[in-house]
Design a protein around this ligand. Structure first.
Ligand code: FEO
Length: 400
């Protein structure tokens, strides 16, 4: 194992995580830039490790810790999140480092014990609890369902440093450890993609938490998430502001058309709807599922106002790629969207109604009955599609 180095992120605090350059699928989310599993070492009187890493990266974690201290000197381990990208090697780390105490949130204790056989007692922490590290103090806030029941923030008071676990993170492997070392458009794209694919269903909780943090007067000089770069300086208020924007889901004049096609008829419909939307003043992002990933759709829907979905009928059913993306988006629970369903068919034509049912389950306000066109759309059918685009654009304007 190469001699990996820890990276100092502020006085007495080091990043000791792992870089996963190769991961391309994170429970259904396409991580085309890889990821990092961040863990942090606090060199307080009581040496404290905050989170661990995914199991195959244990040696990288140990190597980075060893570049600063003997791992056996770790006194305390804090688990902010039970998901296995942060706890997968926790049992082994406990066995090898023999810390005095291991802590997690109330739900974290339950979650960790249900995932692993951990012989050592894990001590529960509640919101408002504080833990003395001797010369420093950690304060804890449970952040239930952001995005797991066990999720917790740990705040190092003396360094004004928030360990925010998955929140404010992104899946991006890089050798840069700070957000201000990376291009702003890359951070925006990967941060939004992460929010859309991981945190969107919990947007009201995100808004509540940000209000709570602001009301608490918590001062922040560093925000250290469990994935991607560390935020400091002005980057902190920027990413918190963007979280508020993404969580609010204010409708825009951007429409997202998502479709698949067998013999290009549904695609012709999509193109004609697009023309109508453009004519009606909308901006359009058109996504062919044969050439795209479901997590790209989640990203595009994040700051949009319309979700228009189309599928051909295959064997009396919805085209499989559309069933995939609609199921995925349903789970993400986007809000404040209008839209419509469409699709071509040969003899039975169930798909448009099935897409429409999905849209309604998602909560999309549909502006028309599902539009189904037999075989190849003729001029009259194309005009119907264009009119549908115009109707969607008109409804989008009402919602602005
Ligand atoms: Fe990065 Fe929810 O695990």
């Amino acid at each position: 194992m190469p001699g990996f180095k820890a990276v100092k992120i502020t006085e007495d605090v080091f990043w000791v995580g792992a870089i996963d350059w190769n991961i391309r699928d994170f429970h259904g989310y396409s991580t085309h830039r890889g990821s990092t599993y961040n863990a942090y070492l606090i060199l307080a009187d009581k040496i404290t490790l905050v989170d661990t890493v995914k199991a195959p990266f244990k040696e990288e974690l140990m190597s980075r810790i060893s570049s600063v201290i003997d791992p056996k000197k770790i006194d305390i381990i804090i688990s902010n999140h039970t998901e296995m990208d942060h706890s997968g090697c926790l049992s082994e780390i406990i066995r090898e480092t023999e810390p005095d105490k291991v802590y997690a949130s109330v739900m974290g204790v339950k979650g960790l014990n249900e995932h692993f056989s951990i012989e050592k007692e894990i001590i529960p922490l509640k919101s408002g609890d504080e833990l003395s590290l001797g010369n420093m103090t950690l304060a804890f806030t449970e952040t239930r369902m952001l995005h797991w029941p066990d999720s917790m923030f740990s705040y190092l008071k003396e360094r004004k440093l928030l360990f925010s676990q998955d929140a404010f993170g992104m899946h991006m492997a890089s050798d840069e450890r700070f957000a201000d070392e990376l291009p702003a458009d890359l951070l925006e794209f990967e941060g939004a993609t992460y929010y859309a694919n991981i945190l969107l269903p919990y947007s009201q909780l995100v808004l509540n938490l940000i209000e709570k943090l602001k009301a608490s007067g918590m001062q922040l000089e560093t925000v250290a998430p469990d994935h991607g770069p560390v935020w400091r300086g002005q980057g902190i208020s920027h990413i918190i502001g963007r979280y508020q924007d993404w969580a609010t889901q204010k409708p825009t004049m951007k429409a997202v058309i998502v479709y698949d096609t067998m013999w290009k008829s549904t695609e012709k419909m999509a193109r004609a709807i697009e023309e109508g939307l453009l004519e009606g003043g909308a901006k359009v992002k058109s996504i062919h599922m044969g050439a795209s990933h479901r997590s790209d759709v989640a990203f595009e829907l994040l700051e949009s106002g319309a979700f228009v979905a189309g599928a051909p009928t295959l064997n009396n059913n919805l085209f499989p790629s559309m069933a995939d993306v609609l199921t995925y988006i349903k789970g993400l629970k986007p809000k404040n969207l209008v839209g419509a369903a469409f699709g071509s068919y040969g003899w039975s034509g169930e798909s448009a109604a099935q897409v429409d049912a999905y849209l309604k389950e998602i909560g999309v306000e549909t502006v028309a009955e599902p539009l189904k066109i037999k075989w190849v759309p003729n001029a009259e059918a194309i005009e119907k599609c264009r009119q549908l685009g115009l109707a969607i654009a008109s409804k989008m304007k009402e919602k602005m």
